[in-house]
Design a protein around this ligand. Structure first.
Ligand SMILES: [Zn+2]
Length: 407
């Protein structure tokens, strides 16, 4: 009887993986149909991304949660003799399940994305790229519970026994993890330092002009994935990463404007502000947790869960995204401040949208859920700030042959 229930729960878990794969498959079909119907790459890719981000991710996380609930009573018997390591093994097996689902999702959508965007990344490359990303993304999330599970009980009781001590210890670990994580971005992207030839005088000048000394520029390869992007990391040693697909398609002046935007993030301490925001959020949520615990005779458990979930979404999602968009605006403003020709920057923004097959504009609701304002908003904002006429913007579009569908 016992073996039967274990077998049954394993079967249900396997079924959930298959259902996850089926959801990905259906999303792929919807994306393909959208492309065939509209003929617009941007609309089809946006649909795929939105469905994947919301429908698939929510489904996938709930199904892993469900698998955990089903498996736990059976696994407990095997894992109990292992003590705290047993807990850690169970926890890690659920993380592996998230990885399996996510990799399957990417592999299933791969042919559709390739067909729509004309990319030529092989499945093996996709697998390694995505695996590196998953490890990098989930590491800061899983490290705290994992440390709490495997620490020797004596040390654990010293570090986490008291409620205040628990908050201080957890915060310290989160702080160290967040401080160290950016060091691995280069490995995740397989980036290489820009050599002195590529780091042409213009890029060196812009760093000098901004008075930035401790910043290195790296290139990462995205030609076969067609990703035109740049990003900045690091709290002490700053690093700017630019994709080779961007370098290949942008003029030197346009690349300079993109680097100026990234420098804007450094100059305005955006990374530190984000770090502070995450740490503050952790403290606030621990305090809310303690309060709910204290008032548990008045507030029912399920109401507490609803309050925490709503606050979590508001703080770490809606507010975080609003701060991110405002930081993007400040970085755009820095581009103008440092003396980049606004028309060159606008041309670069058009190109980014075109090369990545992103949508040019979004509705109000979609804007709230984005890390960056839409290209339409960014260009309009730069246009107003630099006092450029609408006609000039049209000329920039024509001159750069930015035949992007303005949808
Ligand atoms: Zn930015």
């Amino acid at each position: 009887m016992y073996n039967f229930t274990i077998g049954l729960s394993m079967l249900i878990s396997l079924l959930l993986i298959i259902v996850n794969a089926l959801v990905s498959y259906v999303i792929g079909i919807i994306g393909k149909n959208t492309y065939e119907k509209t003929g617009a790459i941007e609309i089809a890719i946006n649909k795929l991304n939105v469905l994947n981000q919301y429908i698939y991710n929510i489904f996938s996380i709930s199904s892993v949660f469900l698998t955990g609930m089903i498996m736990l009573p059976h696994m407990r018997v095997f894992l109990k003799p292992l003590g705290s390591w047993g807990k850690a093994i169970f926890f890690l097996s659920l993380v592996i399940l998230i990885f399996v689902n996510s990799i399957l999702n990417q592999l299933i959508l791969h042919p559709t994305k390739q067909m729509i965007r004309g990319t030529n990344e092989t499945k093996k490359e996709l697998l390694y790229n995505h695996l590196r990303f998953l490890v990098f993304f989930y590491f800061p999330i899983i490290i705290i519970p994992l440390i709490k599970m495997i620490l020797p009980s004596e040390l654990k009781s010293r570090l986490f026994s008291d409620k205040i001590l628990n908050i201080i210890s957890s915060m310290s670990i989160i702080f160290i993890v967040l401080l160290v994580t950016p060091l691995f971005v280069g490995i995740v992207l397989k980036a290489v330092p820009m050599n002195s030839n590529e780091l042409n005088q213009k890029l060196a000048n812009i760093l000098k002009k901004a008075n930035i000394q401790n910043c290195k520029i790296y290139i990462w390869s995205t030609k076969n994935r067609k990703i035109a992007n740049a990003l900045v990391t690091g709290y002490i040693q700053k690093r700017i990463y630019v994709s080779d697909y961007l370098l290949e398609n942008f003029t030197e002046d346009e690349v300079q404007s993109i680097i100026a935007h990234e420098i804007g993030h450094i100059k305005k301490n955006h990374l530190m502000i984000r770090l502070g925001f995450i740490l503050l959020g952790n403290v606030l949520f621990r305090i809310v947790g303690l309060l709910l615990d204290y008032y548990n005779h008045i507030i029912p458990f399920w109401v507490g869960i609803c309050i925490i979930s709503a606050l979590f979404i508001l703080y770490f999602y809606i507010l975080f995204l609003a701060i991110s968009r405002s930081q993007e605006r400040q970085a755009d403003s820095f581009v103008l401040q440092i003396g980049i020709d606004p028309e060159v920057f606008i041309s670069a923004l058009y190109k980014l949208t075109k090369l990545n097959h992103s949508l040019f504009r979004f509705n109000r609701f979609q804007e709230i859920l984005r890390t960056h304002p839409s290209t339409e908003q960014r260009i309009e904002w730069v246009r107003k700030k630099a006092k450029i006429s609408n006609r000039k913007i049209e000329l920039v579009q024509e001159r750069g042959e930015h035949d992007i569908p303005l949808i």
